[in-house]
Ligand binder design. Structure first.
Ligand SMILES: [Zn+2]
Length: 150
């Protein structure tokens, strides 16, 4: 069983990092960034900045405005490494979901950033954490104790 204090610290760090991350970071992590036009001072500058950063990283990106939303998506096929990561995460998350459900929890992905994710039980609020790059490192009440119900 992993140290609950360490789990808590890892969850808090991940939450802070995701909150702080800018739209380009979101684009890199999830292949898309979307924002209501009203939240952005200068939509053209927003698009130009995303494109500028993508160019310097040699990433193809498309941006646009539709239905009051500003958006940017990565264009072109994923790299082999990105595909492998996706498959690896799919299998790992699948296994974690089974583990949590076996304990009676209602499994939900609460937050995801690259190799790390936070899960939550919709019934009891138990939290689980995984760092896929570290072993994987898995911990939290979601995987260690049974769901007490509502
Ligand atoms: Zn639960």
């Amino acid at each position: 069983m992993e140290d609950p204090v360490e789990i808590q610290q890892r969850v808090e760090k991940l939450v802070k990092r995701v909150r702080r991350r800018d739209d380009y970071g979101k684009l890199l992590a999830t292949s898309q960034a979307i924002r209501p036009v009203g939240e952005v001072d200068d939509p053209d500058a927003w698009r130009a900045e995303i494109k500028r950063q993508a160019r310097s990283d040699r990433i193809k990106v498309r941006t646009g405005v539709s239905g009051g939303m500003l958006w940017a998506v990565t264009a072109g096929p994923l790299t082999e490494a990105q595909q492998e990561e996706g498959i690896r995460h799919f299998h790992l998350f699948n296994r974690l979901e089974s583990d949590a459900k076996a304990r009676g929890h209602a499994f939900k992905v609460a937050l995801r950033d690259g190799e790390e994710a936070v899960f939550r039980c919709e019934r009891c609020g138990a939290v689980g954490y995984v760092d896929a790059a570290a072993g994987p490192f898995v911990g939290g009440q979601l995987f260690e104790s049974d769901c007490p119900g509502e």
